[in-house]
Design a protein around this ligand. Structure first.
Ligand code: CUA
Length: 319
């Protein structure tokens, strides 16, 4: 029988991927190894401190050369460390090499969001659906600085580096949601650079891909409108980390009341924020940059037409 993935413990989150069992075994091995030897060595030291303290009338004795003892306490730790190196390295290699026929997902990191591209070319920001029990290979890169893709429930972490592809392999084996963090400090909103991996069965995964580029039926409790779908896309793609919706200053201009008002464009005169301006600013953000915001560049976003329409519909509601 296959061992069952373990629930969360005091030290580790619930296991949701095949590799978790091996990693956790290593973790607890190193942990208890350290605890036992720390307590043992400190305990014996304290005992000797007391037993061999200076007493009146006693002279220190000469100890003959303890070669055998020295060999013992040198070789034993070397064997332990050799075992640890072997076990850790083979666990590491398993995460670095994907299984044959693994599903390839393209991951793009940028300040401060994760974008995912499925094998069929559909894209999604902030969440990734994966079928359960299917090996996955992430091909990752970064648009700006070094980020680190970290999924504690999968016991998986790898840097996403600008100008370089990095790989991470795992096989989710439990249905449910796994939290993704950025584990490399990357600027102001580093702690908000989050995503979810949603592990479902094959059928739900296919259904999700079919619906991905279409307007969903429900947005929260209510049926979706272009504006409420637009709001979902706005949040999921991490836009609020740079654009406030209440007029407050952030890394990018606030989007409160942006539609239909003149925007002061750096290097040229004001431009009215109509549908064309908003569309261009979403797809090619650096074509026209609002004055005062030229130091931080917004990365370009890839959306299908209905999605751009929905986001514009949402921006119109921010009065
Ligand atoms: Cu990206 Cu921290």
């Amino acid at each position: 029988m296959q061992p069952q993935p373990q629930p969360a413990t005091f030290q580790l989150p619930a296991q949701m991927a095949v590799a978790a069992e091996e990693i956790d075994y290593l973790y607890y091995f190193v942990y208890w190894f350290s605890v036992v030897f720390f307590v043992g060595i400190v305990g014996v030291s304290l005992y000797f401190l007391w037993k061999y303290k200076r007493r009146p009338g006693q002279k220190p004795e000469h100890v003959p050369d303890p070669t055998k003892l020295e060999l013992f306490w040198t070789i034993t730790p070397v064997l332990f460390i050799g075992y640890l190196f072997h076990a850790s390295f083979s666990a590491y290699i398993k995460q670095a090499t994907a299984a044959e026929g693994a599903m390839e997902i393209r991951v793009r990191a940028r300040k401060w969001a994760w974008d995912f591209e499925y094998p069929n070319g559909s894209r999604e920001g902030g969440q990734l659906y994966l079928p359960v029990n299917k090996p996955v290979k992430l091909v990752m890169s970064s648009d700006d600085v070094i980020h680190s893709f970290y999924v504690p429930a999968f016991r998986a972490k790898r840097d996403a580096v600008p100008g370089l592809y990095s790989h991470l392999a795992f096989t989710p084996n439990v249905k449910g949601e796994a939290q993704v963090y950025c584990a490399e400090f990357c600027g102001t909103s580093h702690s908000g650079m989050l995503a979810k991996i949603i592990v479902v069965d094959e059928e739900q995964y296919k259904k999700h891909l079919d619906e991905l580029d279409k307007m969903p039926e429900k947005c929260g409790e209510k049926p979706c409108t272009p504006a409420t779908w637009g709001e979902q896309l706005f949040v999921k793609n991490g836009c609020p980390s740079c654009h406030s919706r209440d007029g407050s200053k952030s890394l990018g201009p606030s989007l409160k009341g942006v539609f239909g008002t003149p925007q002061p464009i750096a290097g040229s005169g004001p431009v009215t924020a109509d549908e064309n301006y908003l569309r261009e600013s979403i797809l090619r953000p650096n074509a026209k940059i609002v004055e005062g915001y030229t130091t931080v560049q917004m990365p370009p976003f890839v959306f299908k037409d209905p999605q751009v329409d929905a986001i514009i519909a949402y921006l119109k509601t921010l009065k």
